[in-house]
Design a protein. Structure first.
Length: 361
């Protein structure tokens, strides 16, 4: 069996690492039926700290093909990816294309395959924010409806797909990101020196990430969030912000004033795990970090009006505040440690289940 794996953004590297490792285990135990995996990196995240270093740290093969498509509009990026991926599929004739999450790379990978009648498997299927203004929502919905196999992380994701008439293609496997946390957490504790490098005391700083277009491209939202961060630094809080390239550009172009915040370069996965684990709270508009905060037992304040990961809110670890300055400050002042409970994201063996299903075991 030949599988082409499409990755392009940081979370996809992490998810693909776990499935690639499960493929390697499968090949070692099934000498008569090998799986050949071809990894295609679209180049959507092109900064070394956001892409290449992940392949080094996560111990997965470098991409067989790198399209180096980035720094353009959603439409141009997706269109260029479509053109190049079609050529790759025609040349390599895969049995299945494996896509992850909800990026432009995800949509392009699925659409190019579907038009060539190649089977598509979607990891992290069924998530819904029900906000069609989000590019990610459009990407994930279209990808689900083009896919032949839908690997869901939660029961809610299964229900969402059932409501859309896709129940016959659904498999509840759990969350491969949970697999990665279990696998890499101990490694991070042993190998990462980020806290000493930044001279940070555990549980004595807030970690902030900001990258979604709804916040970075909306100057009013961006300013409101920055106003909240300015207020927190004036109160003496330490704020650490690994600065996404898009956010850096928007801050520069907009002229928004922000002071006292410690901006750092994007960091590798193991360092990010340690920054998350040791923070007193996380403020983010990232979907993956909401779950990571839950798994690491860190309160999360989400800078969005909705979330695909409603379980984190139900279990008391996450609160939605949008880009409202007052709501952000109120949430920070009223941080409470929730009660983590329930295996809502699986048992930590999602990647192995995915490979078993892909190979028909």
């Amino acid at each position: 069996m030949k599988i082409i794996t499409i990755v392009g953004a940081r979370p996809q590297f992490i998810k693909a690492a776990m499935v690639s490792r499960a493929i390697q285990r499968y090949n070692q135990s099934a000498p008569q039926k090998k799986v050949k995996e071809i990894i295609v990196h679209t180049g959507q995240h092109f900064d070394r700290a956001m892409s290449e270093v992940f392949f080094e740290q996560l111990e997965i093969p470098y991409p067989d093909i790198n399209l180096d498509i980035n720094s353009c509009s959603h439409g141009e990026m997706t269109g260029r990816m479509l053109m190049e991926l079609e050529k790759i599929y025609v040349e390599h004739q895969p049995d299945r294309v494996l896509v992850y999450g909800d990026t432009n790379s995800t949509l392009a990978g699925a659409l190019a395959a579907a038009k060539l009648h190649i089977s598509v498997a979607h990891v992290e299927a069924g998530l819904r924010s029900f906000n069609n203004k989000m590019p990610e929502e459009i990407n994930r919905v279209l990808t689900d409806h083009m896919s032949d196999m839908l690997f869901c992380p939660t029961e809610l994701a299964v229900k969402n797909l059932e409501n859309e008439g896709l129940a016959q293609k659904v498999y509840l496997v759990g969350d491969v990101m949970y697999d990665s946390i279990l696998y890499y957490r101990e490694m991070a504790e042993k190998q990462s020196h980020i806290l000493s490098q930044l001279k940070l005391e555990p549980k004595n700083y807030f970690l902030v990430t900001l990258h979604r277009a709804e916040n970075t491209d909306n100057i009013s939202n961006l300013k409101s969030i920055c106003d909240a961060l300015n207020h927190l630094t004036e109160e003496g809080h330490t704020i650490i912000v690994p600065l996404h390239p898009r956010t850096q550009k928007k801050l520069k172009d907009s002229g928004i004033k922000i002071s006292g915040v410690r901006f750092i370069e994007p960091v590798a996965y193991l360092d990010m795990l340690m920054l998350e684990k040791s923070a007193s709270a996380i403020l983010t508009d990232s979907g993956g970090m909401q779950k990571e905060a839950y798994w690491l037992g860190v309160p999360c304040i989400t800078l969005r009006e909705e979330t695909e990961w409603t379980e984190t809110c139900d279990l008391g670890w996450n609160i939605l505040v949008g880009a409202n300055t007052e709501k952000i400050l109120h949430a920070v002042k009223n941080i409470q440690t929730g009660k983590k409970g329930g295996a809502v994201y699986g048992d930590g063996f999602a990647a192995g289940k995915i490979v078993d299903l892909l190979t028909g075991l």
